[in-house]
Design a protein around this ligand. Structure first.
Ligand SMILES: Cc1cc2nc3c(=O)[nH]c(=O)nc-3n(C[C@H](O)[C@H](O)[C@H](O)COP(=O)(O)OP(=O)(O)OC[C@H]3O[C@@H](n4cnc5c(N)ncnc54)[C@H](O)[C@@H]3O)c2cc1C
Length: 458
């Protein structure tokens, strides 16, 4: 609970209009994409870093938890106030402060919506590639805190690869700048990289300097259907062996194809066991050449059907299946447990065999789709959570999946983070000495343990 006197001080800091504490208005800030629920005591909407600094100083003195929040689209519960306290919403810190066409950087406040930044830089011929599928709602601050990936990560990398510097407020209230505004800079430890992906547990991000690149002149979308997963994933390797790194290389398995086909009435070959959605970009000539090579590689790899879109409208039609796959899976069961494991690209066929085996052994549909180009596959275990047997089996599937993925040289999360949902499994991947060091780092930043407590570490 936040003491009444502290609540009054928070109200003085942000203004009474920018603080809510009436229970009936808090629900929205007590949940995220996990659909789990934990009520905060209050939500503040600061308009300046200095206000966040004063709030954190007060929290450190008083001992109430503070949880930073972007759009609440997180998939691992990072923004949930599991121990109550104050949620700090970044809603009002939503300005694009600078787009510098000479130095190819942008400086933004954390509440800027990812798609809004992309549109703004594209207007001047520049490109900010990180594109989580949630980009129309997610914030840059949330993307940095989670080190969000996205569809284009296979060619362009993830959020971390574009963060040059940060302004952050430490849990003790100090405001510091990390990193640089230049392409090079190695002074001291790389705090920018440490805070990126720290899931709001080390500092509150109040401004971000991002690297931009020139916007590619052209792009082209293709779709290919294969009889089975192994021919599709072999084709992924063959495309890359041909020295082509597509902008996007997405994958859907048979279960996913059947769900979207029925849901959207799409024409897809009945015998398809896997689908690849592929996009290349660059100058016109390069794009045309790469489309022809990919067509040949897909056909050689046993594609049942291959189609290259001739314009944006047709590309959008091809995209429909991928965009709708996640919600359409609820045709199979009322609930799902979604994991975002990563395996080395060359072992994806092995992963597919494992998923089939787990589905059979535990009698649950397991649907896989995602970023085949970088081995980051969204594994969806479909179940009815009201059925204790199914719930128990699904939890066993998760454990067996994580164990195997780690044995294969992969990781339990490629982009969604640990938050609360994966905290019980972190020890499977990170050795004790590593976890101890991380705990010491957390203590160094946040000696009183007030910033986003109850996350990452059990
Ligand atoms: C339909 C859908 C598709 C998605 N697709 C992808 C995808 O393709 N790739 C991907 O990586 N993720 C994806 N996600 C997950 C999610 O959108 C990302 O993790 C995103 O980065 C979260 O941003 P947010 O603004 O919603 O943050 P929130 O959910 O509000 O917060 C996420 C974490 O960031 C912290 N945080 C937020 N703002 C700050 C700040 N200013 N300072 C410090 N910490 C902060 C929070 O405390 C929390 O720990 C998807 C989610 C959905 C619902």
């Amino acid at each position: 609970m936040i003491p009444e006197a502290a609540l009054k001080k928070i109200s003085d800091i942000v203004g009474a209009d920018h603080l809510i504490s009436a229970v009936e208005n808090l629900a929205e800030y007590g949940t995220d994409a996990t659909k789990l629920e934990f009520m905060p005591d209050a939500v503040a909407f600061p308009g300046k870093s200095e206000e966040i600094s004063r709030i954190l100083h007060l929290a450190s003195e008083t001992g109430f938890p503070v949880v930073p929040r972007g759009a609440g689209s997180g998939m691992s519960g990072g923004a949930l106030p599991v121990k109550g306290g104050l949620v700090i919403s970044m809603n009002r810190l939503n300005s694009i402060l600078l787009i510098d066409q000479d130095n190819l950087i942008a400086r933004v406040e954390p509440g800027v919506i990812t798609a809004h930044l992309q549109e703004a830089v594209e207007k001047v011929g520049l490109f900010y590639p990180p594109d989580p599928a949630s980009l129309n709602i997610s914030t840059i601050g949330g993307n940095v805190a989670e080190c969000a990936g996205g569809l284009k990560a296979v060619k362009y990398g993830v959020t971390r690869d574009y963060v040059l510097g940060l302004e952050v407020v430490l849990p003790t209230g100090e405001i510091i700048n990390t990193g640089v505004e230049t392409m090079k800079g190695v002074a001291g430890y790389d705090l920018t990289r440490l805070i990126t992906g720290s899931e709001g547990t080390l500092a509150v991000i109040t401004a971000v300097t991002l690297r931009l690149i020139p916007k590619p002149a052209a792009n082209r979308t293709m779709i290919a259907f294969f009889p089975d997963v192994s021919s599709a994933v072999q084709t992924v390797s063959d495309i890359i062996r041909n020295k082509i790194i597509p902008t996007i290389l997405e994958f859907l398995d048979r279960l996913c194809i059947n769900c979207v086909r029925e849901e959207l009435g799409l024409t897809m070959p009945r015998e398809s066991g896997a689908m690849l959605l592929i996009e290349v970009d660059g100058d016109e000539e390069l794009v045309a050449r790469e489309v022809e090579i990919i067509r040949e590689v897909c056909n050689r790899g046993g594609a049942i059907k291959f189609e290259a879109a001739s314009g944006q409208k047709e590309a959008d039609r091809l995209w429909e299946a991928r965009r709708n796959v996640s919600p359409s899976l609820f045709k199979l069961s009322p609930h799902k447990i979604s994991e975002d494991i990563v395996v080395p690209r060359s072992t994806m066929a092995e992963l597919a065999i494992l998923l089939d085996e787990l589905a059979r052994r535990y009698d649950l549909p397991v649907a896989a789709f995602g970023h085949a180009g970088d081995g980051n596959i969204h594994v969806n275990i479909m179940l009815d959570k009201e059925d204790p047997n199914q719930l128990n089996n699904a939890q066993t599937v998760v454990k067996e999946l994580f164990k195997k993925v780690i044995d294969m040289g992969g990781t339990i999360t490629g982009e969604h983070g640990i938050g609360i949902t994966k905290a019980p499994y972190l020890e499977m991947e990170i050795p004790r000495a590593g976890l101890d060091l991380m705990t010491l780092i957390k203590k160094a930043f946040d000696p009183k343990g007030i910033l986003n407590p109850g996350k990452i570490f059990l």
